[in-house]
Design a binder for this molecule. Structure first.
Ligand code: NI
Ligand code: MN
Length: 226
């Protein structure tokens, strides 16, 4: 499994030859300005929630790549109105077996509206797994106790967690989350993109390391192989 970071909460996970893109937000993100949006390929696009910093390039890349978009029922209905018809609706706790393996839509403690202000369903995270690897992409979320259940149910090889605070978990809460999901390999997201979520990166890495956990802070465009 290879994870490539495109800044903020946008990642590409390559698993068994399939490309899964999460929360596309490239144009308008200063930290992703070196990424050529038209070089991004995807077989699937997974959307955690409808906020702009997760969907700014969703319609564009959905149409350009022809990827199957996996999102809440409400987001998929909105996408159809935007002319994106290759969609797969899910809801919290639902599982689906697709070509690359299994996807589960998990709870996320966050709000969810669409760019036009419409209700987007519950905010979500995703677990993707096959025989080779399991990844947890929590989406924007605060710490919530049912992360313990995720840790009981899955053997997570790598977790992509927000660490920027203010709108989501901060570093301290993400350390607790990592313990609850029994995962010691973490990739941080949702930090340093704008003023509310600026962190001290060295201090963050140390706070994880003090608990025996590895926090990876990727540069935009950088990859991580699990
Ligand atoms: Ni959000
Ligand atoms: Mn966000």
């Amino acid at each position: 499994m290879k994870v490539t970071y495109f800044g903020h909460a946008c990642f590409l996970i390559e698993l068994s030859g399939f490309k899964l893109l999460f929360d596309p937000f490239i144009r308008g993100n200063d930290s992703a300005k070196l990424i050529d949006i038209d070089s991004i390929e995807a077989d699937y696009i997974l959307v955690s929630h409808g906020h702009d910093d997760h969907t700014a390039d969703l319609v564009y890349l959905s149409k350009k790549t022809g990827a199957l978009v996996i999102a809440s029922w409400e987001i998929t209905q909105w996408l159809i109105e935007q002319g994106v018809n290759n969609v797969h609706p899910m809801n919290t706790g639902g599982k689906r077996v697709l070509e690359f393996g299994e996807v589960t839509m998990t709870f996320a403690s966050h709000s969810n509206s669409l760019p036009n202000g419409r209700y987007g369903g519950l905010a979500a995270g995703f677990i993707i797994k096959n025989d080779l690897a399991t990844a947890y992409y929590s989406g924007d979320t605060g710490l919530f106790g049912d992360m313990r259940l995720i840790g009981e149910q899955y053997q997570i090889d790598v977790a992509l967690l927000p660490i920027g605070g203010n709108f989501t978990m901060d570093v301290s809460d993400a350390v607790i989350a990592s313990k609850w999901i029994h995962c010691n390999k973490i990739i941080g997201l949702h930090f340093d993109t704008f003023g509310y979520i600026v962190i001290d990166q060295n201090d963050a890495i140390k706070k994880f390391a003090d608990q025996g956990l590895q926090l990876n802070l990727l540069k935009s465009g950088e990859g991580f192989t699990v």
